[in-house]
Design a protein around this ligand. Structure first.
Ligand code: ZN
Length: 563
């Protein structure tokens, strides 16, 4: 039985049907985080997947934010399922088949408990399995998207630590009751120095890491490393730290105790995936007993693109016993996905927003036409509708063609909306404002968790850009005829002769390449100031292909040395 976790950074950005996406990941229980699906956005294409049952948790605070989803192949259909960690949602919905075992909540106030379950960060499924020896066990898979928090934001940091404590409390209560527990997801903290591209001097003092120390256990006899991994080099992580005494095991490190640069998350802002300058913050934790008896492998899947995170997959040596009846939480039990009426509705939902807009425009045109003339109104409407029909079907054909070509390439990265080019672009001297990006201070670089939210914003932008382009029918595909290009070039040259424009960007010290113009977006005394940096992606300071330390402020047209 394979369990996979992936922070997908927006499931609706998938360019292929979810079924194909799930099938391509090759796992029985697929746990996704940061789906950005809230109840209002849940539709047939996401919830109703042939061959799988699905279980969602969504934010009650704002639309399109956070969210986790667990998809279970029919062969591993769960016996129980529950949204949230506190039990409040389950109790409110009066589901008879929630997972239970909540432990004591005395350390939390009522408001805190309510708040901890309100951001769509946890969903769990309980599966029945048979061991090779024939014993039947229950395994609870807890799918979590732990909050991220900047160190300076005390309120958010406190929320994050409370979430960790609640997760631990629940998981340990379940183990105490004799169930096996697997916790998977984006934990938003790297555990050891080896799990972080840039561990600062106070790395171990971070409260998130201290929680991981208390939660995880080093006591499991180390399994044979799968590959030739040197144990002497850079193995500070096990020497310097006291052994953790928790009840759960980081299954990736169990099989790959010394593998370096095994990252699962990279900043899309800095293009750090190219230089593999990232963090390992996505995990599969399993209780000690399950770990020693049934977990036979765990690995990261950095080759899978499409998000700022990559998946992690673990294999359990056991035979699943599927439930005959799906738990109440299954999305197939939601009113809109269970009735026949929904089938008709889902037909309309397949229209993409751009097509809906087109249809609406046609509707408006129709009305206007009707008002305009009386004689030709019928003809107009008819031909207008016919045209719209042709447009839609040709667009659909185009889309199909597109998807077809992409599938042939067979890479997961093609399943998703194309992100903006990762490699920083050289600023065009005629338009110095083209590159307006966040400044990346050293402090920010040290907080691993910054990645998810900044990256999300970026991908949202690119998603809307992409949909805009495709709704226009692909004007970007064809370049203008050569004659036209030449004329444009000539015009450009003559304009440049007339106006000198801004000076070309300075060259960086490390690579002698044109620098990138950026703008400080971080609130503070430098907000809005422009500066030049090396255009290479962020990376380790010894990596010659990574960004060098060239930096200079832009003051009007003069360049000043760094202060
Ligand atoms: Zn450089």
């Amino acid at each position: 039985m394979d369990i996979l976790t992936w922070n997908i950074n927006g499931i609706r950005a998938s360019k292929i049907p979810i079924k194909e996406l799930l099938d391509s990941l090759g796992a029985d229980v697929i746990c996704l985080q940061e789906t950005k699906v809230t109840r209002d956005l849940l539709d047939d294409a996401i919830a109703n997947i042939e061959g799988y049952s699905s279980y969602f948790s969504y934010s009650r605070k704002r639309s399109g934010y956070s969210g986790v989803a667990t998809y279970c192949r029919d062969s591993v259909a769960p016996v129980r399922a529950e949204e949230g960690l506190t039990g409040r949602i389950a109790k409110a919905s009066d589901n008879g088949d929630s997972v239970g075992c909540y432990g004591s909540h005395t350390v939390f106030t009522d408001e805190e408990l309510q708040s901890l379950d309100s951001e769509g960060r946890a969903v769990m499924t309980q599966h029945r399995i048979r061991t090779p020896e024939g014993a039947v066990h229950d395994v609870v898979v807890i799918n979590v998207y732990c909050p991220r928090a900047d160190r300076e934001n005390k309120e958010r940091m406190s929320y994050k630590l409370q979430f960790y404590n609640l997760l631990q409390l629940r998981a340990e209560a379940l183990v105490h009751e004799g169930r096996h527990v697997v916790i998977v997801g984006d934990i938003n903290a790297s555990h050891r120095r080896i799990d972080n591209c840039d561990p600062g001097p106070e790395f171990e003092l971070h409260p998130s890491r201290q929680w991981l120390d208390s939660f995880l256990c080093d006591g499991v006899p180390k399994k044979e490393p799968k590959e030739s991994e040197t144990s002497s080099k850079n193995c500070k992580d096990t020497e310097e730290l006291p052994a953790s005494k928790g009840k759960f095991v980081d299954t990736f490190r169990l099989f790959h105790p010394n593998r370096e640069k095994a990252f699962t998350c990279w900043s899309t802002m800095t293009g750090a995936r190219q230089t593999n300058y990232g963090t390992r913050i996505d995990y599969i934790f399993a209780d000690l007993d399950l770990c020693s008896k049934m977990i036979i492998n765990c690995d990261i899947m950095p080759e899978v693109e499409g998000s700022d995170h990559c998946p992690v997959k673990a294999r359990l040596k056991c035979e699943p016993v599927p439930s005959e009846k799906l738990p109440q939480l299954s999305s197939s039990n939601m009113p809109e996905f269970s009735g026949k009426q929904m089938k008709l509705m889902s037909f309309f939902q397949k229209l993409s927003p751009s097509k809906v807009a087109l249809a609406r425009q046609a509707e408006a045109d129709k009305i206007r036409d009707v008002h305009k003339t009386s004689q030709r109104k019928v003809d107009n409407t008819k031909s207008g509708l016919k045209r719209l029909g042709n447009d839609l079907s040709s667009q659909q054909a185009q889309k199909k063609q597109k998807t077809g070509t992409r599938q042939q390439k067979g890479s997961l990265m093609n399943f998703f909306v194309k992100k903006k080019p990762q490699k920083a672009e050289v600023p065009d001297s005629s338009s110095p404002d083209v590159q307006v990006l966040d400044s990346v201070s050293k402090e920010e670089q040290n907080t691993e968790s910054k990645y998810s939210e900044t990256a999300s914003q970026e991908s949202q932008v690119s998603a809307s850009q992409e949909s805009h382009i495709s709704s226009e029918g692909g004007p970007t595909k064809d370049s203008p005829p050569k004659d036209q290009q030449n004329t444009e070039k000539k015009n450009l040259t003559s304009w440049k002769k007339l106006f000198s424009g801004p000076p070309p960007p300075p060259r960086c010290k490390g690579h002698n390449e044109p620098c990138l113009l950026r703008t400080v977006k971080k609130p503070g005394p430098n907000l809005g100031r422009k500066f030049f940096v090396c255009s290479r992606p962020e990376g380790h300071k010894n990596d010659p292909n990574a960004r060098c330390n060239s930096f200079s402020w832009v003051v009007k047209t003069k360049l000043l040395a760094p202060n």
